[in-house]
Each structure stands twice: as structure tokens, then as C-alpha cells.
Design a protein around this ligand. Structure first.
Ligand SMILES: [Zn+2]
Length: 385
């Protein structure tokens, strides 16, 4: 699977970086995501939160007292050489101190000062295996929902975003309440992607954002986004079965992982992340979604057909806070997938109903003989699948 291969290569790159040898002139600082509680000079308790799984009790069996002396003097970036100049450690302790610093680094207690706090969190608290800064992400739909997801991923270190959305700003005075961007980038008749690119550029991400010309209804354009990126997000402020099926078919054909995130009335459907060849596809999800509608299914089918035929008048279905919640959940599921290789959204939908304020988790099953992804499944499989 091509998406996995790209991510595996990035794991290997990261392992090479970690082989870097540190010496007395190498700078280090305390991990901002970890609390250090001193239990004497030879023992520390490392906590991230009351119930966090990141909890360490570190003891110096040699009772050198170096651990306490070092950790009490790294509130700002420092080096072992500086600690010696400050007479925190003496010459005879240098070798043991270096070993202690390296051990505390390996435990995530100390980090390099140039490590971004978000990266420190991902690496030490979540145990991320892949470097997000090397991942390219395509954003099919860069409106008020997609732009939020994109900005959140840039903020925590995503390498590059391709924005695809040629929908135009009609009423900037309304959109400024829905977009989580600066209002002065929202100009009448300017495409959503161009507005968002300027906003991200002003926030310091100009080198990491590109606009893909064209419409997200066009298969060749969508195909280009998949070909250029490791992962694709399809983010829509309204339900569009036809567009989601289009993206699904391209993803299956090119064997690239992707996620659907969309607003349907007062509901937000976050996920599933689809990994072609490994998980259920969007078509599997839609069939299961429709099977649960019961007596309202006939109305739903009329509604779906009208939307697919372009009869879409309602342009602002969800309130801005709904968009923020849905985008935050989506970004969380996406960065976990991209950095850890697993996510609570793989093969699963988080359905948030803002009218009733409920959150449901739905597992999406792989259907026997799915017409979309069935032909692409491995040749060796169960007789009935
Ligand atoms: Zn399928």
C-alpha cells in the first residue's frame, strides 16, 4: 500500500536522526509537556497529567546525585559545559553527567531547545513514530471547515498543504463569522483556497501551502491532489454523496489513505479514515448509514438526490462552534494516523449531533462484495468476502 510505504520511509529517516551523538556542548532543556517532581537527588517522578499513561519514576541506582543537580538547573536551555562553568557539576563528574543527560533524553525528560513544544508532545507523550513535518496533505474543500482542519495541522507541524476549493466568497460580511481566518482576506468573488492561502501565509506558513487550481468536482483535479500528497482530507460544509464517492474511487484507484469530514444539517460526521486495501471504504459507510435510517429513508433518498443534482440552497448549516469541534476532532484523528500509524478514526465515524448534543462512535464494517473497493481487495480472502 503506497501510503504506508511513504510513512515507513519516514520512520527510517527519523531513526537515523536519533543516532546523532551528543556531547558536552549540546544544548538541552526540560520537556515542556512533562512535570518533574523531585523525590530527592537520586529519584524523580515524571508526570504529564493525573491520569496520563506517560508516568515515569526514574531512580539513579548509582546514587551519584547528578540527576537532581542537573534537573534543578535546566529551567532554561543549557549545556553540560555551562553546568560545569556554573559549578553545578565538577570535572570528575562530567562523564557520568553526560551519560545521565543522554539517559534523560532517551526517556523524554530532556529535549533539544529547538524542538517545537507540539513535537515534544507528539514524540514523548504519544510516542509518535513518524515526523509530521515530512508529510504532504491534500485538502479537498478549503472552506470554513477544511481551513480550520488545515490550520490546526500546520500549527502542529504538518509539512505541506495543497488547497483545492474554487468556491467563491459571495458575502464577506457573513463569511467572516464562519471562517476562522482574518476577515480582510475574505474578498468578494475570491476563491476559498486563495483566501485561506493568504491567511496561512500571514501566519508564517507561506512556504508550506499551495493552491491547486480547479474544481473539486473534477475527477482529474482530485486525482492530481491524491498523486501529489501522502494523505487527503475531504472536508465539506454540506453533505455531497456524489463528491464523496468521487474522492473514494480516486483513493481506491491510487491506493492512498484519506478521510471524509462533513456537515449534514446539525450533524458533523468525522471519519472514517479509509486505507484502501485495509479498511472499509466510503461506499461501505454510506450503505451502512442508509441502512440505519428506518422510516426516514425515503425522505433521505429524495434529499440525497436533490443535493447530487446541485439543488443546494442552504450554505450555512452549522454554527462556527460546531465547525471548531468537528475540525478539532478531525485534526486529532488525522495527526494520530500520520504520526502513530493508527487512529480512533480508522474504519470508524464519530457522529456529533449538535441538535441533541450527542457523540456516537460507529464502526464501519467491510461489506462483502462492495462494488467500490471489492475488486481491489487481495486475491486471498475468505470464501464469503
Ligand atoms: Zn468498499
Amino acid at each position: 500500500m503506497q501510503g504506508s510505504t511513504v510513512l515507513e520511509e519516514k520512520v527510517q529517516e527519523k531513526e537515523v536522526v536519533q543516532d546523532t551523538v551528543w556531547d558536552a556542548s549540546s544544548a538541552f532543556v526540560r520537556n515542556p509537556a512533562a512535570q518533574i517532581i523531585h523525590c530527592g537527588d537520586n529519584e524523580v517522578l515524571i508526570k504529564h497529567g493525573s491520569r496520563s499513561r506517560f508516568t515515569k519514576n526514574i531512580k539513579d541506582g548509582g546514587r551519584t546525585r547528578l540527576m537532581g543537580k542537573i534537573l534543578r538547573n535546566v529551567y532554561a536551555p543549557t549545556t553540560l559545559e555551562k553546568l560545569r562553568e556554573q559549578q553545578v557539576v565538577v570535572d570528575s563528574e562530567l562523564e557520568d553527567s553526560l551519560a545521565m543527560i543522554e539517559y534523560l533524553r532517551s526517556q523524554g525528560v530532556l529535549i533539544s531547545p529547538d524542538t517545537d513544544p507540539t513535537k515534544a508532545y507528539l514524540d514523548t507523550i504519544l510516542g509518535a513514530r513518524n515526523d509530521l513535518s515530512t508529510v504532504r496533505i491534500g485538502l479537498v474543500g478549503s472552506g470554513s471547515l477544511g481551513s480550520r482542519i488545515g490550520r490546526q495541522l500546520l500549527d502542529i507541524g504538518a509539512g505541506h498543504l495543497d488547497l483545492l476549493d474554487d468556491r467563491k466568497v459571495y458575502n464577506a460580511a457573513v463569511e467572516k463569522h464562519y471562517f476562522d481566518t482574518r476577515s480582510d482576506v475574505l474578498l468578494k468573488d475570491r476563491s476559498f483556497a486563495e483566501c485561506v492561502k493568504e491567511d496561512f501565509g500571514a501566519a508564517g506558513f507561506s512556504e508550506r501551502v499551495s493552491v491547486i487550481a480547479g474544481s473539486f468536482d473534477d475527477e482529474d483535479t482530485v486525482r492530481g491532489v491524491f498523486e501529489a500528497n501522502d494523505f487527503v482530507i475531504c472536508a465539506l460544509e454540506a453533505f455531497s454523496s456524489s463528491l464523496l464517492h468521487l474522492v473514494n474511487s480516486v483513493a481506491i484507484d491510487l491506493e492512498k489513505p484519506w478521510i471524509s469530514v462533513y456537515i449534514d444539517g446539525s450533524e458533523a460526521l468525522v471519519g472514517p479514515i479509509c486505507v484502501p486495501g485495509e479498511t472499509a471504504c466510503y461506499n461501505d459507510f454510506e450503505i451502512q448509514h442508509e441502512a440505519t435510517l428506518g422510516s426516514t429513508k425515503d425522505e433521505y433518498l429524495i434529499y440525497k438526490e436533490a443535493l447530487s443534482n446541485g439543488h443546494f440552497d442552504a450554505t450555512h448549516l452549522a454554527l462556527p462552534p460546531y465547525l471548531s469541534i468537528a475540525s478539532g476532532l478531525a485534526a486529532t484523528g488525522i495527526f494520530r494516523f500520520l504520526t502513530m500509524g493508527s487512529s480512533f478514526l480508522v474504519g470508524r465515524v464519530n457522529r456529533i449531533d449538535f441538535e441533541r448534543m450527542s457523540i456516537d462512535y460507529e464502526n464501519v464494517l467491510r461489506l462483502p462484495r462492495c462494488p467500490a473497493c471489492g475488486p481491489h481487495r487481495p486475491g486471498y480472502r475468505h470464501l464469503f468476502m
